[in-house]
Ligand binder design. Sequence first.
Ligand SMILES: O=C(O)CCc1cccc(O)c1O
Ligand SMILES: [Fe+2]
Length: 312
Amino acid sequence: MSLAVCTVSHTPLMTRNEPAPGVRDRVEAAFAEARAFIGDFAPDVVVVLAPDHYNGFLYDMMPPFCIGTEARSVGDYGYEEGPLQVDRDLAHTLASAALAAGIDVAVSERMHVDHGFTQPLTLLFGGIAAVPTVPVFINSVAEPLGPVSRARLLGDALGRAAAGLGRRVLFLGSGGLSHDPPVPALAGATPEVAERLISGRNPTREQRAEREKRVTAAAREFAAGTLPLQPLNPEWDRALLDVLASGRLEELDSWSNESFVEQAGHSSHEVRTSIAAYAALAATGPYVVTQSFYEPIPEWIAGFAVTTARTA
Ligand SMILES: O=C(O)CCc1cccc(O)c1O
Ligand SMILES: [Fe+2]
């Protein structure tokens, strides 16, 4: 067994808002189980597949996919700021392999990442530089987006390349499932918001705090039923988890981008990270899902899942 998968939803509201009684304990238990799975697998390196929320990737240059050969966290939502421990050689190897397979990934020698990367690294490994990683950005927020099949094929290419290394590689997907937090969109944006989406890479401390306060307040109102964000969709989430567990990942190719938004909210596209992770494992043969936790958590604006899988 040289490849394994862990997928986790992320939500920076986890440290800001209190969910219903019992929820936090169940989520923590799910993370403990995932940490045990990872401990047993004992990865040599972790390929982190995650989106960004206009912190590291902006519209001055928005690639569909990007592999970081160096990366640093911007330190949003109170997570650690500073460098990740990137395995440069492997990052170059995986980028070359993806390109050779016809997947046009960008490469960054100075990738900037946000809570999409730092939250799972912190919760599963204890810090953003605790394990050697290859960070892989998958655009899931900034339209236009390619078809979901491209995330699957990216994962397939990375899985094939990783399988030939003779190393134990964990594919860690971060994001999803159904949710529609108040992330601004370029379409219809005011000039000020558009400017921030195009080149607002280095907000002041005050600007960042203001934004985080706004999202936190929105989540509280959403949970109280006084802010009509798009509802979470547990049925859609469970259907997606079922397809991931079935191994029939090509089925997702017929799920249109519009159907994601209509049924599960704009940010549900973050499940592209899970699709890519599972496709990587599928590239080496049949797999089994060994853990599948799911709960809709409105206080965190998250259809929240934790899954693990290994070769059958
Ligand atoms: O502030 C932001 O940019 C959005 C934060 C955020 C909130 C809930 C679920 C998420 O997946 C997420 O990323
Ligand atoms: Fe997110």
